[in-house]
Design a protein around this ligand. Structure first.
Ligand code: HEM
Length: 124
């Protein structure tokens, strides 16, 4: 088991739901991010929620609905340079601060988001 997969049990699904809800509030407020997303943010919110539940060791509903994540490939439709990465990451880290999490889980999640956001960069 990779360490990220202990997060779901440590923090529970409700906290992941809150995190993702805060994240899309940040997206809605940030013009650079907002314009990349569809008009209705709710389906995107559900996809990110199910994805994180799965990555953090919970049920595999994401896989059942969306198949293999192939996350980097799914992001090739958008030009993600270091600046866009920063917008995304700031929105996520701001949201993470709003959720009440045990320090160890929070640090693991920060590691995960930083590592994965860097991996999504596909443009200078
Ligand atoms: C830790 C880093 C990231 C994670 C875990 C993540 C996760 C996801 C997931 C799970 C989806 C839905 C994929 C699907 O099933 O179709 C998605 C979509 C998307 N992501 Fe990311 N992403 C990350 C970084 C980024 C970055 C840096 C950007 C650039 C600003 C970005 C922009 C988008 C956009 C525009 C969509 C389409 C929204 C939608 O689902 O309709 N993501 N992301």
């Amino acid at each position: 088991m990779n360490p990220f997969q202990s997060i779901y049990e440590a923090i529970g699904e409700d906290q992941i739901k809150k995190l993702v809800s805060y994240f899309y509030e940040e997206v809605a407020k940030n013009q650079a991010l907002r314009k990349l997303y569809p008009e209705d943010l709710r389906p995107a919110e559900r996809r990110l929620f199910l994805f994180l539940v799965q990555v953090f060791g919970g049920p595999q509903t994401y896989f059942e609905e969306r198949g293999y994540p192939r996350l980097r490939m799914r992001h090739l439709d958008w030009m993600i340079n270091p600046s866009m990465r920063d917008h995304w990451l700031n929105a996520m880290l701001t949201s993470l601060d709003k959720v009440n999490l045990e320090q160890n889980a929070k640090e693991l999640m920060m590691d995960y988001f930083i590592k994965t956001a860097n991996h999504m960069i596909n443009h200078e």
